[in-house]
Structures are given as structure tokens and as C-alpha cells.
Design a protein around this ligand. Structure first.
Ligand SMILES: *[C@@H]1O[C@H](CO)[C@@H](O)[C@H](O)[C@H]1NC(C)=O
Ligand SMILES: *[C@@H]1O[C@H](CO)[C@@H](O)[C@H](O)[C@H]1NC(C)=O
Length: 371
């Protein structure tokens, strides 16, 4: 009947088989459960996704081929050819060839199976039903449903097809032939229709069909309004005061600190934490050397701050050996041999000059003594 290159049945499938023959053999060798794509229910949803993908690629193909064939001269002959091409089988074949990636078996399979439908639409229904997705996926192949509906018969989602789950959740199977239409609510909402608020949220607006849930004050577990006086229950770490408001419990304001002796307690909203004292402190009330209760050895309290003691500056000499210098260190001090002296068996002796030293360096005298 029609001339020109024709989309041959089975071509896409063969192309696919060629590219993936090893995988196919493997898949056939394994038990079906290990490669079949999920439950029948999942396959229903997948089928709609596949069809939607095909319809999207078709739309893209229309755009691509439109661009490709415009431009150049504008003779009557070309215009005639162009308008002929616009709805030609050549163009259709070109589009169909690019509907699926070669690795996408589901897609190739579906195009294969419903190619006649696509052709019918192209030549007969495209003008009347310009939306391929609706015509093909919903009405002809029947793998999808209109938005807001679900299941084999495309029945309305919970809360109605206009606004499934009242806009506060996702309807199971929405737009596919699968699902049960139940609502999976956003975290702020709960209940069958996603009109109730989850714990920690209150209704800041509500009528029969519309509900807005807003977060409670930090101090509330549950609430009826936005402030800490609107709590129904206080959160852990918060207690109700005389004004009926939930206020933070100061875990640190107790006789026995909940922290270790080398830590201080830091109160926070609804909780507390333990932080390490400054290294110069022996117990502390806060951060830094000026919050010490007392100081470790080698430090003294000066201007309420634990300060290093300079042992070398004390009237009484701490380095008592001859020819030694005192070096102050944080929390302590060191005695080292003065310049020109070196340590020999804990005695500072005059150092030998480098030039004289070299020939004398035969072997260590210590080793000889041991022999
Ligand atoms: C409920 O509130 C929404 C949003 O304000 C409004 O569009 C709708 O008409 C209201 N419905 C009723 C029954 O009052
Ligand atoms: C000589 O001895 C000193 C210490 O006794 C050592 O530090 C130095 O490296 C030695 N030099 C040589 C050349 O062996």
C-alpha cells in the first residue's frame, strides 16, 4: 500500500537481541524470579512509565525532525515536499527509530507491540487527538490513568482526583493502572486523607477539604498553636512553669554536676552537654583558664586565671648543679648545661671543640668500660 522505508516488525527486538545476546542467555539460564521485574503490581506502574517515556520521546522526535527539514530554499516544489514530509511515513519511521535506547528492553518491547497503534494515530488521529500520551498510554494501550486517578479502572485517588490526598501527600499509583489510591502523607500530615497534623505540628488552617499544618514551638511535643504556651505536652528536657509555658530544664543547675570532674556542664535548649576544662584547671565552671576552680601543679591562680609558675625566677635556685641554666616550661622547668658545657654522665663538663673532637672519635668510651 504505502511506499518508502517501512518500520519492519521485529527490527527493534532483533537489534536489542544482537546487542544483548549474552545477557539474554544468562537471564534465560537463571530462574525467572531472579530477573522478572517485580510483582504484577510493580509491572503495571512500570508499564505506564515506559509508555510515558515513549510519548515523551515521540514529542522530542517531532521537534527534532521539524528542525531538520526546514531551511534552505522556499520554492513551491520544496514547500509541497515539506508539507508532504510533515505527515509522511518517512518522518514517522525516523521518529520511531529513536523512541527507545537499544538497551531498554521494556521500551523496545512496547513499541514493537503497539507500533500499529502509533501508525494509526499518526495517519488518522493525530489532528483530533494531538496528545500522544493521552491517546496511546491512557486510552488505547491503557497502561496509564489520568492524573489523580489510579488502578485498572482509573478511579479517583483518596481526597478526589482534583487534589489527591488534599495536596498534602502522594496517592499510591497516581496516574497508573496500579496502586490502591491510599495516601502517603508529607511529614507534617497524617490520617487517611492527610488532613490531620503529625505530632509536633498544629492546624494553622483547616476546613473540610483543606488543611495546613505548621510546626509547634521547639518546647512542645504536641500543641494547639505556635508558642510555648500552646503545648499540650512538653518535650523531654522541658517542663511546664507557673505560666503554663514549657521552659527549658537547666540540667546544670544541680548540686552534683552530671559531668566528669575535668569537665564543665553546658546547658542547652532541651538538653545539656559536658565540655573539657582548660588543661591548667583542676575542675572548672566554664571554658578557659579563667574558669578554673583550682590549678594543677606548676600553675598558680593570678587574677582568677591559672597561670604558669616561672620556677626559674624564684628566689631559691631550682637548678642546683654547677654550670646549668634553668628553662621554664608550661607547668614545669628544665635544667640544661650552660653554653660551652655538655652533659656527661649527669655532669656538665666543658665541651671539646669540634676540630679537636674529630680525631679523638675512635669509638665510644662507654663501650670500652663495659668490656
Ligand atoms: C477550604 O479552603 C480552601 C483554601 O483556602 C478553599 O479554596 C476552599 O474553597 C475551602 N473549602 C470550603 C468548603 O470552605
Ligand atoms: C664524635 O663523638 C660525638 C659524641 O661523642 C658524636 O656526637 C659525633 O657524631 C662523633 N663524630 C664522629 C665523626 O664520629
Amino acid at each position: 500500500m504505502r511506499a518508502g522505508p517501512r518500520w519492519s516488525p521485529g527490527r527493534a527486538l532483533w537489534r536489542w537481541l544482537e546487542a544483548f545476546a549474552p545477557l539474554v542467555l544468562l537471564a534465560v539460564a537463571l530462574p525467572p524470579t531472579s530477573w522478572a521485574l517485580g510483582s504484577p503490581e510493580e509491572r503495571l506502574r512500570q508499564a505506564c512509565n515506559t509508555c510515558r517515556g515513549i510519548a515523551d520521546r515521540f514529542t522530542q522526535g517531532l521537534t527534532d525532525t521539524a528542525k531538520k527539514n526546514f531551511g534552505g530554499g522556499n520554492t513551491a516544489w520544496e514547500e509541497k515536499t515539506l508539507s508532504k514530509y510533515e505527515s509522511s511515513e518517512i518522518r514517522l519511521v525516523e521518529i520511531i527509530e529513536n523512541l527507545c535506547d537499544s538497551s531498554n528492553f521494556e521500551c523496545n518491547n512496547m513499541v514493537e507491540e503497539h507500533e500499529e497503534h502509533i501508525e494509526t494515530w499518526w495517519f488518522k488521529w493525530k489532528k483530533k487527538y494531538p496528545e500522544l500520551f493521552k491517546w496511546l498510554c491512557i486510552e488505547t494501550v491503557k497502561v496509564c490513568c489520568p492524573a489523580g486517578t489510579h488502578g485498572l479502572d482509573c478511579v479517583a485517588c483518596r481526597g478526589g482526583s482534583e487534589s489527591p490526598c488534599h495536596g498534602n501527600g502522594h496517592c499510591d499509583g497516581d496516574g497508573t493502572r496500579g496502586g490502591d489510591g491510599s495516601c502517603k502523607c508529607k511529614k507534617e500530615y497524617q490520617g487517611e486523607f492527610c488532613l490531620d497534623c503529625s505530632d509536633g505540628y498544629y492546624n494553622s488552617y483547616k476546613n473540610d477539604t483543606h488543611s495546613v499544618c505548621t510546626a509547634c514551638h521547639d518546647s512542645c511535643k504536641t500543641c494547639t498553636g505556635p508558642t510555648n504556651k500552646d503545648c499540650k505536652d512538653c518535650k523531654e528536657g522541658w517542663l511546664r512553669n507557673e505560666e503554663e509555658a514549657c521552659v527549658d530544664v537547666d540540667e546544670c543547675a544541680v548540686e552534683d554536676s552530671p559531668c566528669n570532674s575535668d569537665q564543665y556542664c553546658l546547658n542547652t535548649d532541651g538538653s545539656f552537654s559536658c565540655k573539657g576544662c582548660d588543661l591548667s584547671c583542676l575542675g572548672c565552671t566554664g571554658e578557659g583558664p579563667n574558669k578554673c576552680k583550682s590549678c594543677i601543679t606548676g600553675y598558680e591562680m593570678k587574677d582568677e586565671t591559672c597561670t604558669d609558675v616561672d620556677e626559674c625566677a624564684q628566689p631559691e635556685k631550682v637548678c642546683t648543679r654547677e654550670n646549668t641554666d634553668c628553662i621554664n616550661t608550661p607547668g614545669s622547668y628544665k635544667c640544661i648545661c650552660s653554653q660551652g658545657f655538655e652533659d656527661k654522665d649527669d655532669i656538665c663538663v666543658p665541651s671539646i671543640k669540634a676540630e679537636e673532637e674529630t680525631p679523638a672519635n675512635t669509638s665510644s668510651s662507654d663501650t670500652h668500660e663495659d668490656l
